[in-house]
Ligand binder design. Structure first.
Ligand SMILES: [Zn+2]
Length: 263
C-alpha cells in the first residue's frame, strides 16, 4: 500500500512537468491553458462585481496606451493567444496584476505613483510576464499536489474521478485571488522581472525607468507599505538583478520609431 504513496506523486510529476521554453525551467502544471483561461475569466467577473472601475479618462488612456504595446510584443513573440482586456480600478491600493488570458488590472493608487509611461510599462511588463510564464497555475498546481497527498491518505488511496473535484474547486478558489493576496516566490519574481524588462524594452520603453520606479516605491514605503511592495520586496539584490538584466538587453536589436515620452 505504502509504495503507491510514492508512485502517484511521481506519476503526476512526469505527466505534468514540462519545460518552460522561456525560462528553460521544468514546471509542474496540472492545469491546461484552456482551464487557466476559464479561471482567469471567472476571476475577472468576480473582481468586476466587487471593484469600482475608474472612469478617469487620463488614467484609462494611459493604461490602454501602455498595456496594448506590451500586449502586442507578448503576442508577437510568445503567442499566448490571450484575449487582452485592460481595466483601471478605483482604489488607493498601490497594485496591479494580470490574470491568465491577458486581463490586466491597474489600481489608481499605483497610477498616482508612476511618473511616466515607461514606469507603468515596467509594472505591466512584469505582471504580463507572470501570466505568460504561467506562474499562477504553477502555484495552484503545487497546492493541488499538496492537497492530493492529504486527500489520498484520507480516502485510503482510492482515486476516482470524483476526487479531482475538490482539487479543481481549490484551484478556482485560489484563482480568484491571483496576484492579489499571495506573493510569488523569489524565483518567480526574478523570472517575471527578466521577461518583464524584455517586454518593455521591445515595446520601446526605457528599462532604466524600472529601476527608478522601484526606488520610488521604496521612498513611498517610508510612510506605509504599498500592497505591490509587500508582494514585491525591492531589496538591493532585486535592484542589482534588474541592472544585470538591463545590461543584457543592450545587445538585443529593436525597431523603435522616434518617439517622445508621454508624461
Ligand atoms: Zn511579481
Amino acid at each position: 500500500m505504502r509504495k503507491y504513496l510514492l508512485i502517484i506523486p511521481l506519476l503526476l510529476f512526469f505527466v505534468a512537468c514540462a519545460k518552460n521554453p522561456y525560462t528553460n525551467r521544468s514546471q509542474l502544471i496540472l492545469i491546461s491553458p484552456a482551464q487557466e483561461v476559464q479561471m482567469g475569466l471567472q476571476a475577472r467577473n468576480e473582481i468586476l462585481k466587487k471593484a469600482k472601475v475608474s472612469r478617469d479618462p487620463r488614467y484609462n488612456a494611459m493604461v490602454k496606451r501602455v498595456a496594448s504595446r506590451i500586449a502586442a510584443v507578448a503576442e508577437a513573440e510568445f503567442h499566448p493567444n490571450f484575449q487582452w482586456e485592460f481595466y483601471v480600478l478605483e482604489s488607493p491600493q498601490v497594485n496591479a496584476f494580470c490574470l491568465p488570458g491577458g486581463k490586466i488590472f491597474v489600481y489608481t493608487g499605483l497610477l498616482k505613483l508612476v511618473q511616466n509611461d515607461d514606469q507603468l510599462a515596467a509594472v505591466i511588463g512584469h505582471e504580463v510576464a507572470h501570466a505568460i510564464l504561467r506562474h499562477g497555475s504553477e502555484r495552484v498546481s503545487m497546492a493541488m499536489v499538496g492537497n492530493l497527498g492529504k486527500e489520498l491518505l484520507a480516502r485510503g488511496l482510492q482515486i476516482s474521478g470524483k476526487s479531482w473535484g475538490p482539487l479543481f474547486d481549490l484551484a478556482y478558489g485560489v484563482g480568484t485571488q491571483y496576484g492579489i493576496i499571495y506573493p510569488y516566490s523569489r524565483k518567480f519574481e526574478y523570472e517575471a522581472d527578466q521577461l518583464g524588462l524584455y517586454l518593455m524594452y521591445k515595446a520601446c520603453y526605457d528599462p532604466q525607468e524600472a529601476i527608478r520606479f522601484w526606488e520610488r516605491m521604496r521612498q513611498a514605503n517610508r510612510q506605509q507599505i504599498p500592497e505591490f511592495l509587500s508582494t514585491h520586496p525591492a531589496d538591493i539584490n532585486r535592484i542589482r538583478a534588474l541592472q544585470r538584466y538591463i545590461a543584457q538587453l543592450r545587445s538585443i536589436p529593436r525597431n523603435c520609431p522616434l518617439q517622445r515620452r508621454v508624461q
